[in-house]
Design a binder for this molecule. Structure first.
Ligand code: ZN
Length: 51
């Protein structure tokens, strides 16, 4: 069994991870706060990046 970790804070995911869609990818986080953090991080990265 593969151990899964929160995509935001790297702690171990337990019984019911929260799934968040970031840039077309689904990631799992441990709590609502982490999902918000991930979304904000993605927005700021997308907002500052210019190709
Ligand atoms: Zn977390």
């Amino acid at each position: 069994m593969v151990e899964r970790t929160c995509a935001a804070c790297d702690c171990k995911l337990d019984t019911n991870p929260i799934k968040v869609k970031i840039g077309g990818k689904t990631v799992e986080v441990c709590c609502d706060e982490c999902s918000k953090r991930l979304k904000e991080a993605h927005v700021s990265v997308a907002g500052t990046r210019r190709d």
